[in-house]
Ligand binder design. Structure first.
Ligand code: 5GP
Length: 140
């Protein structure tokens, strides 16, 4: 299947849809998931078009995983969870719903299960606050 240039993340990258931005650089963008599975759930995407892990060239993939590590470190500082989950789905059968490659950075807490994937919209003001909190912890 070919890349759909109108998927929501492509539209966020073009500035056609808003997002609560955490950080960006030449190769990547990180922003809050609109339906967080735990507080602090952040997404990291490459700027380059790729439906999934298998379509992205190694240089862009390297940049994306490095941003994922940087964001995960900031999320850990900001929320102090005992665990941080990194998740990435390829294909609808694996649970992928947006077909632009992305890594989920999800803080995890002992005994706390995840809110169902894509189930409940987060409050915009709360997400803005979380993004600010994570930004303040970048590279610390
Ligand atoms: P997937 O199921 O493809 O791994 O994850 C897609 C993620 O994107 C879901 O966690 C969902 O909540 C999130 N998402 C879907 N649409 C939007 C949107 O318009 N903005 C943001 N920030 N996240 C979105």
């Amino acid at each position: 299947m070919s890349y759909d240039r109108n998927n929501v993340f492509a539209r966020i990258l073009r500035g056609e849809l808003p997002c609560h931005k955490v950080c960006e650089d030449e190769h990547t963008l990180a922003f809050m998931d609109i339906m967080p599975q735990t507080p602090g759930h952040t997404l990291v995407i490459p700027r380059r078009e790729a439906r999934d892990l298998f379509e992205l060239a190694p240089d862009a993939l390297a940049a994306t995983i490095l941003t994922t590590q940087r964001v995960a470190q900031a999320v850990r500082q900001a929320f102090a969870p005992p665990g941080v989950m990194i998740a990435q789905f390829n294909g609808a059968a694996a649970g992928q719903t947006v077909f632009h490659l992305h890594f989920h950075v999800i803080p995890r807490y002992d005994g706390e299960s995840l809110v169902l994937h894509g189930a409940k919209m987060g409050d915009s003001a709360v997400l803005a606050g979380y993004a600010e909190r994570i930004r303040a912890c970048l590279d610390r």
